[in-house]
Ligand binder design. Structure first.
Ligand code: APR
Length: 258
């Protein structure tokens, strides 16, 4: 086992309510790209203004829909990694566990986590851009369009408007119910674990601060320094897929097959 601080293990074992807050880094070892990692990050390769704003979708729906179809195909071909599985397992060892994610993939759910608050929406839940009616993807694995290939979005069966990705774009409000649940889980926890986020995008990035201000202990897992280094009580520098299973094993004895 990694040398984990005893006070951290005690805090985890004695916690009444643990809240886990994840960013793209928790899915990195599943092969799903992050946004801001050098070279491999999506924003190092694509322009968010051209792909992740309401204006971009209005200007070129096929370019935006095609890019999210490329991301969806990659997520559907990915598997939850040991970090997702350790978070799902944690729910069996602590009295109350809340999972808040900025990610739009469904890897937490596929690892067994339930009640996940998705602050930035869900890739697998597109909806009509006009009437808002949810739209369901046809069954089966989509062929993986080349990144950047235009794919015309389907028409809404109810109003014929273009279907849009079920994600929150820059400039759009977060889903109010998800935000409320996230704030409640942050205000009520005694241990807040932030995993794989650069903590640069607000309002999501304020949650660790809210946790610290209400008196929760804050644990950060990330291979790089982030803006959260100064508020975390513990900073474990490394990949989530290694650190989270080690933490759950050290605290509760549950081992994870790779
Ligand atoms: N394990 C843990 N963390 C990792 C790993 C890993 N294996 N690999 C990379 N990371 C870390 C990086 O060091 C970085 O700090 O994950 C973080 C990913 O940061 P971002 O790419 O900025 O992703 P995120 O913080 O989730 O972005 C927030 O920005 O573009 C918007 O809506 C998008 O939800 C996203 C939001």
């Amino acid at each position: 086992d990694l040398l984990l601080p005893d006070r951290l293990l005690t805090a985890l074992r004695e916690a009444r309510h643990v809240t886990v807050f994840t960013g793209a880094g928790v899915s990195a070892e599943s092969g799903v790209p992050t946004f801001r990692d050098a070279h491999t990050g999506l924003w190092a390769r694509f322009d968010p203004a051209a792909l992740a704003t309401p204006e971009a979708f209005a200007a070129d729906p096929a370019l935006v829909w095609g890019w999210y179809e490329w991301r969806r195909a990659r997520v559907m071909r990915a598997a939850p990694n040991p970090a997702h599985r350790a978070i799902a397992a944690l729910a069996r060892h602590v009295p109350a566990l809340s999972v808040i994610t900025q990610n739009v993939d469904d890897l937490h759910e596929r690892a067994g986590s339930t009640g996940v608050a998705h602050l930035h929406g869900r890739l697998m839940q597109p909806r009509c851009s006009v009437c808002g009616q949810p739209w369901r993807y046809p069954p089966g694995m989509p062929d993986e369009p080349a990144a950047g290939r235009r794919v015309t979005p389907p028409d809404c069966p109810r109003c014929a408007g273009p279907i849009r990705p079920g994600v929150v774009w820059f400039g759009e409000p977060l889903p109010a119910d998800e935000w409320q649940r996230a704030m409640a889980a942050t205000a009520g926890c005694d241990l807040f674990i932030t995993v794989g986020t650069s903590a640069l995008v607000y309002p999501a990035a304020q949650l660790p601060q809210v946790a610290a201000e209400q008196g929760a202990r804050v644990l950060q897992l990330n291979p790089q320094p982030t803006a959260l280094d100064t508020i975390a009580d513990w900073n474990l520098l490394g990949p989530a897929g290694t650190l989270l299973p080690a933490l759950v094993h050290a605290a509760f004895g549950e081992a994870f097959p790779d």
